[in-house]
Design a protein around this ligand. Structure first.
Ligand code: PEP
Length: 252
């Protein structure tokens, strides 16, 4: 049985004070580990430390929204994997569509970040997903294949155990337009088959594949209820403890 993960991507939102308040609210309502549902929040870099403190004593895990592949040195503005581990991060989101399409990250750069994170034992939440044009042109699966092959190049089956995949159709992110449960299930089943072909059945069966794209308390149950959907990566709705916990409850 795969565990469920509900992860909140706060993006470039909150202040130190509102982030701490949000983290406290999530920590207070998160279910115990035996529920089968894990909960993670990913605040902006400057708030990782106060949010970690706010999560102290709770089961909620801490994630970062990005990491750089070099260990240290003259890389102004970047944050290394060691730094994330140093402040208590459990995971890092890589390959988010905003990093791909707004900040121009390529599969090659994402792959270097994936490998650097896995080499240090930091769990990777690798995001993949097609643009609306790709979907309309029938290229969804080809794009997913390309992003999976690029992001996971040179990642072996052992290292893959510390990877979670997030399927996030770009047209559904922050738009209020959610993929239908069938569309999500079909993409997730395709991703699992890709993993079985590229790795093996065991790697594919054990992989957590999250859905992301306008997930809310009202649609979470049906989406996460699909056979191949193992949780959610939540943007907008993760900025309210009530909404985020509503999704966690729907997943439980
Ligand atoms: C995201 O940014 O990962 C995301 C899924 O955003 P939203 O839930 O706002 O669509």
């Amino acid at each position: 049985m795969r565990r469920i993960l509900v992860a909140g991507n706060w993006k470039m939102n909150t202040t130190a004070a509102s982030g701490v308040e949000l983290a406290r609210g999530v920590a207070a309502g998160a279910p115990a580990g035996e529920s089968g549902v894990d909960v993670l929040v990913a605040p902006p870099f400057p708030y990782l430390v106060p949010v970690k403190e706010a999560l102290q004593g709770s089961v909620v895990q801490l994630g970062a929204q990005n990491a750089y592949f070099e260990e240290s040195g003259a890389f102004t503005g970047e944050v290394s994997v060691d730094m994330l581990l140093d402040v208590g991060c459990n995971a890092v989101i890589l390959g988010h569509s905003e990093r791909r399409h707004v900040l121009g990250e390529t599969d090659e750069v994402i792959n270097r970040k994936v490998k650097a994170s896995l080499a240090k034992g930091l769990q990777v939440i690798l995001c993949v997903g097609e643009l609306l044009d790709d979907r309309e042109a029938g290229r969804t699966e080809a794009i997913l294949d390309e992003q999976m092959a690029g992001g996971l190049a040179d990642v072996d089956a052992e290292a893959l155990k510390n990877v979670v995949i997030a399927y996030e159709p770009v047209w559904a992110i922050g738009t209020g337009k959610t993929a239908s449960p069938d569309q999500a299930e079909s993409a997730h089943a395709h991703l699992r088959k890709w993993l079985a072909d590229r790795y093996n059945a065991e790697s594919a069966d054990s992989m957590q594949i999250l859905y992301g794209g306008s997930v809310k308390p009202a649609n979470a149950k049906e989406l996460i209820g699909q056979d191949n959907v193992d949780g959610a990566l939540v943007g907008g709705a993760s900025l309210s403890a009530e909404n985020f916990l509503g999704i966690v409850t729907a997943a439980t």
